[in-house]
Write a protein that binds this ligand. Structure first.
Ligand code: PHE
Length: 352
């Protein structure tokens, strides 16, 4: 994300130490220009608390661009629960409840949903103390459930748009798509691709995630360490961020990158590196908005599932506009997507 190493221009980074577990709770509010800051809660162990803060800031900024590019009335924010190594078990629920109480104190300045390391079941727990600022609870608790399948639908629509552009054919049928990560987004994406008769290859360090696709016809299992370098029509990073950097980009053997991971570029210059190699990069924050848009649309705006589906499928059209804008102005695709989002932000009346 373009925040890179330069200054972060967000509104606030709120911190709370959880005395019982030693975890650091971070709520980064990047921009509330388009609406209340909303973004997932990431639960992870970081090598240092400064890296946790950096992640929260970058991810919050990505949410600002995500909502703006999707033309959805929410602002950019993200929470990070930086937990000690080996954290888990009974301590987890307590932390989630105290985190919910923290959200409640913020009175809606920040609303959340699941992200890496958290699930709809976790949202149920957070909502016990943090309602009504918690989205994506389980259907049993009145929520809209997980966001992963919606995010996967948006990635699929983006892959169709890229197919149209590169091969003159929207259908991924017969194309080789390499998916890095078979988790809550990568898993449903692979299923959609198989339905569309794509040739899928997948790499994931988790044996359980890989196990789901072992022996499934149309799926090749790859070593997780090298799957980014595998030959592909489309590479879909659906795991963690920072995977496209100065060392990896020269090794890529794909025509396009279209994936769900947040913050795929290690630094802004990577957009130019991809372009120089002739690889079409579909900007992450455009491609991966589906989950946040659908769930927040359903739960906060009263959308029907059909309305949500239309909004998520529209990501394909947004991506086409971004590609056209990049062509017209000699921008990288990432630069064009940022310009589109920044125009929306500039046009919005400041709230309050
Ligand atoms: N993890 C989602 C994202 O990065 C965040 C989200 C999910 C926000 C569901 C709201 C509801 O886009």
């Amino acid at each position: 994300m373009s925040s890179g190493t330069s200054g972060w221009e967000g509104e606030a980074l709120l911190e709370r130490r959880d005395a019982k577990t030693g975890a650091l709770m971070l709520v980064a509010i990047h921009s509330s220009r388009l609406g209340p800051a909303t973004g997932g809660t990431r639960l992870k162990t970081y090598p240092s608390e400064d890296l946790a803060r950096r992640d929260a800031r970058r991810l919050a900024e990505a949410m600002t661009y995500k909502w703006a590019a999707a033309d959805f009335p929410r602002g950019g924010g993200k929470a990070v629960l930086a937990v000690p190594d080996g954290f888990g078990g009974a301590a987890r629920e307590g932390l989630l409840r105290r985190y919910g109480a923290f959200l409640r104190e913020l009175s809606g300045r920040f609303a959340t949903g699941p992200d890496v390391g958290t699930s709809p079941a976790d949202m149920d727990v957070i909502a016990e103390t943090g309602a009504p600022y918690v989205f994506s609870r389980t259907p049993a608790r009145g929520g809209a459930g997980g966001s992963g399948p919606w995010t996967a639908l948006g990635v699929f629509a983006a892959i169709e748009a890229v197919g149209e552009r590169l091969f003159g054919d929207r259908s991924p049928r017969g194309r080789r798509v390499v998916v890095q990560g078979a988790g809550s987004v990568g898993g449903p994406l692979i299923e959609r691709l198989l339905e569309a008769e794509a040739r899928v290859a997948v790499g994931d360090p988790s044996p359980e995630a890989m196990g789901r696709f072992r022996g499934v016809s149309g799926v090749e299992l790859l070593a997780p360490e090298t799957c980014l370098e595998a030959e592909a029509d489309v590479l879909a990073p659906c795991a963690l961020g920072g995977v496209l950097d100065a060392a990896m980009i020269p090794r890529l053997r794909c025509r396009a990158v279209v994936g769900a991971a947040n913050d795929q570029l290690a630094e802004p210059a990577d957009a130019g590196r991809l372009r120089a190699r002739g690889i079409l990069y579909a900007p992450d924050f455009v491609v991966n908005a589906g989950g946040a848009v659908a769930i927040t649309g359903i739960e906060a705006l009263g959308w029907t599932p059909a309305r949500a589906e239309a909004a998520v499928r529209a990501i394909g059209g947004t991506l086409q506009r971004v590609l056209a804008l990049a062509d017209r102005n000699g921008l990288t695709t990432d630069g064009a997507a940022r310009r589109l989002a920044e125009e929306r932000l500039a046009a919005a009346q400041p709230r309050r």
